[in-house]
Design a protein around this ligand. Sequence first.
Ligand SMILES: C[S@@+](CC[C@H](N)C(=O)[O-])C[C@H]1O[C@@H](n2cnc3c(N)ncnc32)[C@H](O)[C@@H]1O
Length: 414
Amino acid sequence: MTTNVRRIASEALEEWEEGHIYAESLVDNAARAFNLSREDRNLLNALIIGCIRNKSLLDFWIGQLREGEIDLQVRCHLRVGLFQLLIMGLPDHAAVNETVNSARKGIRGLINALLRRTIREREELQAMVEELPLPIRYSHPEWLVDRWTEQYGEQATLQLLQWNQQPSQTTFRINPLKPETLERVTNSEKATPLADHPEFYSSNGLPPREWIDEGLIYIQDPATMHAVNILSPKAGEHVLDACAAPGGKSTQIAALMENKGSLLCTDSNAKRLPRLLRNLGRLGIEIAETEAFDWSHTAPEKWHNSFDAILLDVPCSNTGVLRKRVDARWRMTPESISEVASLQKSILGNAAKCIKAGGRLVYSTCSIDKEENSELIQNFLQSHPELELAAEEIIHPASHKTDGAYAALLVKKS
Ligand SMILES: C[S@@+](CC[C@H](N)C(=O)[O-])C[C@H]1O[C@@H](n2cnc3c(N)ncnc32)[C@H](O)[C@@H]1O
């Protein structure tokens, strides 16, 4: 029996609605379970990610095509069908036939009728989009659009919404700790250097597996580098990466330290440590140790006043990376942002005690929300006169054409 990728996509979307699994995991799990070819996997990925990214718009169109209640199973098939016909631009024949055949017999007639009507009314349906309110047109929750408009204004919000709707490209950083990287990667046609981001490259699709396995590269966005550059770790220093897993920034820190000195990598989630260790090993990092530690608790005495430099890449709402994490916009709430901000504040308070006199700490997030960034830092500094804000950087994704990020450099007075 041939694999029907549309059926797998519709079933995955139904499962996604239960709210317990990330879109990327759905793609990975299905690709493994059905032993999908690279081509089928790419199509499945495009369908699942695209339907979640455009959920409100697809549901608006479904509402135009059929009044009244539609059960979740039918809705997921329709989302997959309409995404192909109205956004992805796949040939009508393949999109309709494969999508109709992917449904169980009892609902095929309805899906067939609505997809054929979509083809007949395609121009009208597409023309309606320009008049739609932003949260539907760009498929973001209304409260989030309002929040960004308040924080950044209408123009920046519009640019951000448009940016988040574009599929992202794969980017990676080359590992300067492996001498063979220069010849193997930077001279290869499979790697295109990113302007303005030394050491970062893009590839058409996934880069060669062996580059990853041999630690020549690490898949990450150039925005991740700002926090580490501001921290500016030096060879021979004693450095802490407090929220380290899976280790992307630890590998950047170790590279800037030229693999000299010591780097303690902690994370509260012990289950994430083996992957962190594998990544450090793969990239040839010899100065790092890992340990499970929850920074919402007071740090052990031995770490107090002991680090030259600390990176706090705290858990966050992910509002700066919604283009890549398509689930996040649908799962976050204003309350969840406040909750994570309160965790961030407690992590910062405990880690700040571990900076040496004259030492430094960079607090960083991949959020662009003020509650988790500048407001939190300003509030924190009011009750911590021993610390000074030495630099602050916010990366807005649409204007920088990278992920979003925030970093604040705090220095402890000597
Ligand atoms: C943004 S991720 C870090 C990404 C990492 N710095 C990198 O570049 O690959 C945040 C990490 O913080 C960890 N974390 C969450 N709460 C924590 C806590 N209370 N103490 C320490 N780590 C925590 C999470 O398990 C997660 O691995």
